[in-house]
Design a protein around this ligand. Structure first.
Ligand SMILES: *Cc1c(COP(=O)(O)O)cnc(C)c1O
Length: 219
């Protein structure tokens, strides 16, 4: 099947209010262009340099999502254009994003990444660290960031019950903080679900899925 057929099939199988982020990491701009021509506007990358190169070559109305682990010293390269940074997992990183956003005279949308998997390799905050950041006095000085929700990855396992439990845990945290809105905390996105588990994620409350291989083929 072609990229556009894959996209249509996914779009037809998810509710309209779920945002589909097409994960184009490692794929050439010709592939991204095919998806773009089929109407796709949200794209996800996990390396800042690769995303920036693609941003420069692609139409300007694309929304670029940084879904990978972000190193503080590289934030400046994406600060002029990035739409949403999914993997924010420290106050230090938030502060740097705020600084670079300020330099570019913008507000940058961020998701806090929460660790929900039973694997040691995945990045993210635990529930207490999440609480600490959201309730910290210091957060109030970051005028150029907007925390718009949470992101998480489930364990890579065939065990559906386990994946459901992990996604439900994240949904509960999301709902818990959704009502505590401030000028820079405005929860509206729960980013969870990839090619292998997005149906489960949506059933557990996700409204933003990050799909790579099901659209573009294996990497
Ligand atoms: C690569 C990646 C995805 C997409 O994975 P697929 O299994 O190819 O759909 C989603 N989220 C993150 C954080 C990724 O790094």
């Amino acid at each position: 099947m072609s990229i556009s057929e894959n996209l249509i099939q996914i779009k037809n199988s998810i509710p309209q209010e779920v945002t589909l982020v097409a994960v184009s990491k490692t794929k050439p701009v010709s592939d991204i262009l095919q998806a773009y021509q089929a109407g796709q506007r949200h794209f996800g990358e996990n390396k800042i340099q690769e995303m920036t190169e693609k941003y420069e070559q692609m139409p300007q109305d694309i929304f670029w999502h940084m879904i990978g682990h972000v190193q503080t010293n590289k934030v400046k390269y994406m600060a002029p254009y990035v739409h949403l940074i999914h993997g924010v997992d420290s106050f230090k990183l938030l502060a740097e994003i705020n600084k670079q956003a300020q330099k570019n005279n913008r507000v940058i949308n961020c998701l806090l990444q929460v660790f929900i998997a039973q694997e040691e390799t995945k990045f993210g905050l635990d529930a207490n660290e999440l609480n600490e950041i959201l309730n910290s006095e210091a957060l109030k000085s970051l005028k150029n960031i907007n925390i718009v929700g949470l992101m998480g990855m489930a364990s890579f396992t065939e065990n559906v019950t386990q994946v459901q439990e992990e996604f439900s845990t994240l949904n509960q945290l999301y709902l818990k903080h959704k009502n505590s809105t401030t000028f820079n905390i405005n929860f509206k996105h729960l980013s969870m679900g990839m090619s292998g588990d997005y149906q489960i994620a949506i059933a557990c409350g996700s409204n933003m899925i990050r799909i790579g291989s099901t659209i573009f083929g294996t990497r």
